[in-house]
Write a protein that binds this ligand. Structure first.
Ligand code: ADP
Length: 176
């Protein structure tokens, strides 16, 4: 059976039916605004303490921590690219952020994972392009690692982002 790709509108810190949530972090891994701030607030100060031991994260890479007061088991911190017009490797870096998060998940036996819309907030990545890369990368990863992941949820904060991801998933299903 293939992977189940879901799109839902909501706050990723409230998701309680996956083993890991992904944080759209920055290179310092020491917290920030947007989803990163929300995750740190909900997890509690122990998360920042663990993040300090990781010494940051390169763009496109991923690191894993505990989830503390969050209702999941792990947080996978990845850093998406800042949009600078598209000619600075942004698509490849965004793909790497999804791919390396999923790799870290399976390396830790995680079978269900929720992603926010990486890079489309403060980092300004155009959401249609980001959504296409996100769903394509998830599909590609799950085909390459068949049977290792059961569920991937995209948890989108606002209605417009939800609709863009829903469209990207249906396009992918139509075009194979
Ligand atoms: P980046 O710096 O990678 O652009 P942001 O956190 O600024 O990250 O934004 C990424 C996406 O996460 C945006 O669509 C933003 O609306 C969304 N977001 C913000 N808070 C939450 C949350 N609590 N749960 C899910 N998504 C969120």
């Amino acid at each position: 059976m293939g992977v189940d790709i879901q799109t839902i509108q909501g706050d990723i810190t409230k998701v309680n039916d996956v083993e890991a949530i992904v944080n759209a972090a920055n290179n310092s891994l020491l917290g920030g605004g947007g989803v990163d701030g929300a995750i740190h607030r909900a997890a509690g100060p122990e998360l920042l303490k663990e993040c300090r031991t990781l010494h940051g994260c390169e763009t496109g890479e991923a690191k894993i921590t505990g989830a503390y007061h969050l209702p999941c088991k792990y947080v996978i911190h990845t850093v998406g690219p800042i949009w600078r017009g598209g000619a600075y490797g942004e698509p490849e870096l965004l793909k790497n952020a999804y791919w390396n998060s999923l790799q870290l998940a399976i390396d830790n036996g995680i079978r269900s994972i929720a992603f926010p819309s990486i890079s489309t907030g403060v980092y300004s990545y155009p959401v249609e392009q980001a959504a296409a890369i996100a769903v394509k990368t998830v599909k590609e990863f799950c085909v390459a690692h068949a049977g290792r992941i059961d569920t991937v949820s995209f948890v989108l904060f606002d209605r417009n982002t939800l609709h863009v991801y829903e469209h990207a998933v249906s396009e992918l299903q139509r075009n194979g």
